[in-house]
Design a binder for this molecule. Sequence first.
Ligand SMILES: [Fe+2]
Length: 160
Amino acid sequence: MTLSFIIPGLDEATSEKTIGILQERLSQEQEAALVLKHAHWNVAGPNFIAVHEMLDPQVDEVLAMADETAERIAALGGSPSGRPDDIVRFRTWDKFDLDGRQNTLDYLRALDKYYDAFIADDRKAVAELDELDFVSSNIIQDHVQKLEQFQWFMRSFLID
Ligand SMILES: [Fe+2]
């Protein structure tokens, strides 16, 4: 990749590795916004309105995360890839399979599983970024803190 510039105190190789990690986080954040909206439209049954209305603020938050991640890539001298095809190209996690009008609990279980991977991947990225660029690590740390709260919201519907 060709960098437009380098942040003072970082070298080219470190910047490139940091951008590579952030690009995957960007794609997952963008995909999560689509997945959450898909669930918002398709949930049905008990607690419909609670789940339907819980999901929209999460869509807004993960889109804001994607914007922050993309702009960090730009600040590092890279170019964020944000097209639909890029999301698929950078996906290393399992795609969200649940489709159609389904019970709220089925969507919540599927979203809980999706968040498992999202959070685990973000935490892995934080550990790697700590060694490369603590500013980028801080950004993803803030993101994962919110995702863990969102997963708690979902798990609160799933008590047996
Ligand atoms: Fe809506």
